[in-house]
Design a protein around this ligand. Structure first.
Ligand code: FAD
Length: 773
């Protein structure tokens, strides 16, 4: 950025005017030979890195678009100043938990929510906002919506419609078109801001000319423009290119044409690959009758094989992400394998004291309970409603596989040195902070990188550069292209294909280790809700989970288990106590695992025990409520004179005999009066004649409806609480809709009013969710 000091000019306003004209002409037609790149600001708030990577993508593409982007995380407030910002601002923000801002956005949200800010605080600000969320969770895109509402209340003006991207159906459905339209919107905003400034300055200049025609002007610091050596042609080209895909495609036109099987030989190569894949088609090949009445086979598309029109179309592919890391391996004398690197301070290694198989062997899902002995760690003592993180490694076999795939199995114990490439074009590039220095290659792949994560399109694009076979290159191009979006969803995203599975399907692809470190996210610990009360069972902490099963699919010849649940299952399998069986003293000792507390300050039983509350927790969603009820039972014993409000639990599962979790304990709570009402339903058991007068409820929401009067009475008249825990995909949404219906009927109001009433309960923190998917 070059700063002009116009100390001796007769009229500083004229200087700024000239620059604004230059700005405009630059944006309009690039007809003047001026070397100016307009600037804008990109701010992101990100929990898992998705918003950050979109923001980085925007910053990277800015240059191709003839613009300069300043990129900052929202918590780096020393790097930007919205109070003085005179360029367009683009916000990319995700939402986490129950509609909370990401950790690195909390302070920003707090700042802009201050009641003391005036309604014109951000009058000068022009913004666009992309909110990321997941409709499976409550408060969809809540952080983005909160920021937007506050910006508008403080006078900021929107220059481009807000995008609300839904991870539940695929972020790219909204993100891709939003990004395509963004560039023209930024350019339009820049033009408008420059012409507003021109008009303003012109008016000022005329006024000051009238008032003091000969006055000299004091020193003026002009800090509006960047001067670069880029010529106007490329900027002009960027102006007409409104899509990042289009610009990337034009810059890599040779890629698209290279890889399209233009010649019969190319077509043949593709066809032969399709034949190869016929052993794992997505659907059986359909025999069809040709013109001559001869049967021919229409091949099915698969992960590695496409059909027309995709296989014949030109592709718009994303720009190649600039590499930014230099990675080298170094031989060392001593081998210190790091376990759970970087997090030793927050994680405690605790013994598993009990492992119980809660569901019956013939149940569709395997539900397990683990009890941890936390007596050595008083800081792990939790409240009902809290959850905690479990640290799990990548599977040894998958790490080995990856080492072989990278050709680095001999170097597994060497130290990995990672530095930033000096010549990188990546904006805000940093060596990942979660990778310790001098970590061994084996530890890096075991503890730091989520090698199971679904490769993003930018990663696929980068893999193309490391793929020898032209047919495979073409298919990778398709999968990351705009035209191949449906195939990407079908073959990569929906089945949660991992990078190892993808590499197995594309054998000629040999990425360097640096590419994996650049593109794979940090291996995240998995959270679990406490299913016990530390008041009732001091020194113990239990949790319950279903072992996640991923079925086989194209690209995954055999099914696999979830990373953490599969690992836990293998750890405890030899000592597992089966349902109805007593613990055996001869069982092998149980291992230790790394855990860390995640307090949840809102999902807690009411602080006043006389307030009634309702719990809805089908399947493993019952976990925190077992903790609630254990706590309540203990409190009732300790304070028999206290008044305790009614408690309701709605539980559901498939079969009464196979997966009714905690049956005995729950029935015991009813007998002791701790639980006033236990309402259960079994979705796959014979529920009687559906036509009969009193059909059995199938799901928890049906049972809620059957008890509508009580539920609404507690919620709407007795200031009671309602808690929902478990599957985010269907259950939480269905319960939400049912509650709206119940409020409609009970209060005789329309849909909108009922929704408002429910939103009010949420705001009062009397309708609380702890859901996962
Ligand atoms: P992963 O390997 O991480 O795979 C799971 C992912 O794959 C999910 O995103 C899922 O949508 C997806 N997936 C699952 N099956 C398939 C499939 N067939 N095809 C494609 N994709 C699939 N879980 C519990 O069981 N009990 C709890 O008490 C509990 N409490 C939680 C509390 C909180 C606050 C949160 C955020 C989550 C909680 N979870 C709980 C979820 C838990 O953290 C894990 O996500 C879950 O156990 C799966 O972990 P995993 O590593 O085995 O699976």
């Amino acid at each position: 950025m070059v700063v002009f000091r116009a100390a001796v000019l007769h009229n500083a306003a004229k200087v700024v005017l000239w620059e604004s004209v230059c700005y405009l002409s630059k944006l309009d037609a690039c007809s003047m030979p001026c070397d100016v790149k307009p600037r804008f600001l990109v701010l992101y708030g990100s929990q898992k890195g998705q918003a950050q990577s979109i923001a980085e993508g925007i910053a990277e593409e800015a240059e191709e678009q003839g613009l300069v982007a300043d990129l900052s995380c929202l918590n780096e407030n020393e790097k930007y100043n919205l109070e003085k910002e005179n360029a367009p601002v683009v916000f990319i923000v995700s939402t986490t938990g129950d509609g909370e801002p990401p950790d690195n956005t909390l302070q920003f949200v707090k700042r802009i929510k201050k009641k003391t800010l005036s309604t014109d605080h951000y009058k000068h600000l022009c913004y666009a906002l992309l909110a990321l969320g997941d409709t499976n969770y409550a408060n969809f895109c809540n952080c983005g919506k909160t920021i937007e509402r506050r910006l508008q209340e403080l006078g900021a003006k929107q220059f481009y419609a807000t995008g609300y991207a839904d991870d539940g159906v695929g972020l790219e459905v909204v993100v891709d078109p939003w990004l395509e339209g963004l560039w023209n919107a930024i350019k339009g905003a820049l033009s408008k801001m420059a012409s507003d400034r021109t008009a303003h300055l012109k008016a000022n200049a005329e006024d000051s000319a009238k008032e003091t025609p000969d006055s000299s002007v004091p020193d003026v610091q002009i800090n509006l423009l960047s001067i670069t050596d880029q010529n106007c042609e490329s900027v002009g080209a960027a102006v007409v290119t409104d899509s990042k895909f289009a610009s990337a495609a034009s810059s890599s036109a040779s890629v698209a044409s290279d890889l399209r099987p233009a010649s019969p030989a190319g077509s043949h190569a593709l066809a032969s690959q399709c034949h190869d894949t016929a052993s794992i088609p997505t659907s059986a090949p359909q025999p069809q009758s040709g013109d001559a009445g001869v049967s021919r086979v229409v091949l099915a598309a698969s992960l590695i094989c496409s059909l027309p029109p995709l296989s014949e179309s030109s592709l718009n592919v994303p720009a190649l992400p600039p590499p930014y890391l230099d990675v080298s391996l170094q031989e060392v004398d001593t081998i210190e394998q790091i376990v759970g690197p970087m997090i030793k301070e927050t994680f405690h290694q605790v013994p598993i004291s009990k492992a119980v198989h809660l569901s019956r062997g013939d149940s569709v899902k395997t539900a397990l309970l683990l009890e941890l002995d936390i007596s050595a760690y008083p800081t792990m003592t939790c409240q009902p409603g809290d959850s905690f993180d479990v640290l799990c490694p990548n599977r040894a076999a998958e790490v080995d596989n990856m080492l072989i795939r990278l050709g680095l199995q001999e170097q597994r114990n060497q130290h990995v040195n990672i530095t930033l490439r000096k010549d990188t074009k990546k904006k805000g590039a940093q060596v990942p902070a979660y990778i310790p220095q001098n970590i061994s290659l084996l530890s890096l792949l075991t503890w730091c990188l989520e090698i199971r994560s679904v490769p993003k399109k930018a990663f696929l694009r980068a893999l193309v550069e490391h793929t020898r076979d032209s047919v495979q290159r073409r298919r990778l191009q398709e999968l990351c292209s705009k035209q191949g979006a449906a195939d990407y969803n079908l073959y990569v995203r929906d089945p949660s294909l991992s990078i190892s599975e993808l590499l197995a399907a594309f054998p000629s692809c040999s990425p360097p280790l640096s590419l994996l470190i650049e593109h794979l996210p940090k291996l995240q610990p998995r959270p679990y809700s406490a299913a016990s009360s530390c008041l009732a069972h001091p020194g113990k902490l239990s949790f319950v989970f279903n072992v996640v099963e991923f079925p086989a699919c194209t690209g995954r010849p055999a099914g696999r288990r979830g990373l953490c649940t599969g690992w836990l299952f293998d750890l405890i399998n030899p000592s597992l106590v089966l349902p109805g069986k007593a613990e055996s003293s001869s069982s092998p000792a149980l291992p230790k695992i790394h855990v860390s507390l995640r307090p949840n300050c809102t999902f807690r039983p009411p602080s006043d025990p006389s307030v009634p509350f309702i719990m809805v927790g089908p399947g493993t969603g019952v976990a925190p409520f077992v903790g609630f009820l254990q706590q309540r039972a203990e409190e009732r014993q300790r304070k028999p004179e206290a008044v305790f409000g009614e408690t309701w639990l709605f539980f559901g599962c498939r079969h009464r005999d196979r997966d009714y979790l905690f049956r005995e304990e729950l029935e015991g709570f009813v007998s002791s009066g701790t639980l006033s009402h236990l309402k259960v339903c079994f979705s796959r058991d014979d529920r009687g004649d559906e036509e009969s007068a009193a059909p059995q409820p199938r799901y928890v929401q049906h049972n809620l409806l059957l008890n509508s009067q009580h539920v609404t009475e507690i919620l709407l008249r007795q200031n009671g609480y309602l808690y929902v825990c478990g599957d985010a995909k269907n259950m939480a949404k269905d319960v939400n809709e049912t509650l709206i219906e119940m409020i409609k009927t009970e209060l005789q109001v329309d849909q909108l009013d009922a929704m408002k009433r429910l939103a009010g309960l949420r705001e009062e923190k009397r309708y609380l969710q702890d859901i996962w998917g």
